[in-house]
Ligand binder design. Structure first.
Ligand SMILES: *Cc1c(COP(=O)(O)O)cnc(C)c1O
Length: 391
């Protein structure tokens, strides 16, 4: 896996071990590749990892968010407050659930939803808060839970970046009615495509499970088992959002290595922070006291006033030095569909808009060697220096 210096270093690449490969082969040979025992095991293992009892595996985090939003008993047009600094999936799930997304600006330092802005957005139609733990940094759950209690709102957490994260010792995804996780290729653990819902109570768990499988009555997914064919009833108009055993075969072993990988990314994080401390780029805020940051992304802020170049010029310079980068995210108020549909204006979200135009994510995969990380640091330093030399 050693890479020569001229070879392109991709932004993100999953680490797939021999255990995952063997498990997928065993799953294929078993003939049971749909939803079955390996999905059950991943649900149990994941729930235990997050120290809860109720997990439902689904086909993606988008599906997880959609089903969670459908399971808290809202009416069409009810408002859900979320962050402008998120992937479009968060807001699309709100829209698909027939609800109205409302954006609250983020804190300029943490880049997470600002509780004061959330409170300012509350109307008589507000029913839920959907915090996004950006880059793996926990939102201020004390403040958000207090607001939810004060205004009788539900909380559904978008934990796509935050699988390993905790707030005051409590796993993220357990603060509200539901917590939604992503096992997409670039996330901290992957099943290629996949997601997980953590549910606060058994009723929520059963409802998400039922809706993830066409709205069939309980245990219908076991209808072809060795106990004989089981009849089922359609009790709701559900979706085809279940996970398969082929995906769970990967996930079981990804979950096993999650903590070891987290420690590796903590070391990478410290290496980047230290090596870049003299470069005039903005670095991610240090994790807050008594929280556990999932270290999903390492993002820089390229402020033209300090760096002598804008973010896109910086990206071109890094690309010329064979380093791949990501953007998390181009803010949702900048996207034409939402502007048309909801009249969102980037100027109304000044912190999110500045961050979205200055932010860039460095390669941060556990597959990075120390030499790769050094190459990234050298490329950042040289790219920024090239601006001061030329101008
Ligand atoms: C990746 C991501 C999602 C969607 O996850 P999928 O599993 O791809 O559906 C949702 N929210 C955030 C913040 C994400 O990064």
């Amino acid at each position: 896996m050693t890479r020569s210096k001229d070879e392109f270093l991709p932004f993100g690449a999953p680490y797939i071990g021999e255990e995952e490969i063997d498990e997928v082969v065993a799953c294929l040979r078993s003939g049971w590749i749909g939803k079955g025992p390996r999905v059950d095991r991943l649900e149990r293992d994941f729930a235990a990892y997050r120290r809860t009892a109720r997990a439902v595996a689904v086909s993606s985090c988008t599906a997880a968010l959609h089903l969670s939003l459908l399971s808290i008993g809202l009416k069409p047009g009810d408002e859900v407050i979320t962050s402008p600094m998120t992937f479009c999936a968060t807001v699309n799930a709100i829209i698909h659930a027939g609800l109205t997304p409302v954006l609250a600006d983020v804190d300029p330092v943490t880049q997470n939803i600002d509780p004061q802005c959330v409170e300012d957005c509350i109307t008589s139609r507000t029913r839920a808060i959907l915090p996004v733990h950006l880059a793996g940094r926990p939102c201020d759950m004390d403040a958000l839970v207090a607001i939810a209690q004060r205004h009788d709102l539900e909380i559904i957490e978008d934990c796509a970046h935050a699988t390993e994260a905790e707030f005051r010792g409590q796993p993220l995804g357990t603060f509200g009615a539901f917590g939604c996780f992503s096992f997409y290729v670039t996330k901290n653990m992957t099943t290629a495509e996949g997601g997980m819902v953590l549910a606060r109570d058994t009723a929520g768990q059963e409802r998400v499970k039922m809706l993830s499988l066409q709205g069939l009555s309980r245990d219908a997914w076991n209808r072809f088992s060795s106990d004989g064919y089981k009849h089922y009833e359609v009790v709701d108009c559900g979706f085809k959002y279940n996970m398969t055993d082929l995906q769970a075969a990967i996930g079981i072993h990804q979950l096993h290595r999650l903590e070891a990988n987290w420690h590796r990314r903590v070391a990478l994080w410290d290496r980047y922070r230290q090596a870049l401390s003299e470069v005039p780029v903005g670095l991610p805020a240090p994790p807050a006291y008594n929280t556990r940051h999932a270290r999903h992304l390492f993002t820089l802020q390229v402020d033209p006033d300090h760096c002598g170049m804008d973010r896109d010029a910086f990206m071109r310079g890094m690309n010329a030095r064979h380093i791949g980068l990501g953007i998390h995210y181009a803010g949702l108020p900048d996207q034409p569909y939402y502007q048309r549909q909801f009249g969102w204006d980037p100027a109304d979200f000044p912190h999110a808009t500045r961050i979205s135009r200055q932010t860039v994510s460095l390669p941060f995969s556990v597959r990075l060697s120390d030499e790769d990380a050094n190459d990234v640091v050298e490329a950042v330093t040289a790219t920024i220096r090239s601006s001061t030399v030329s101008g």
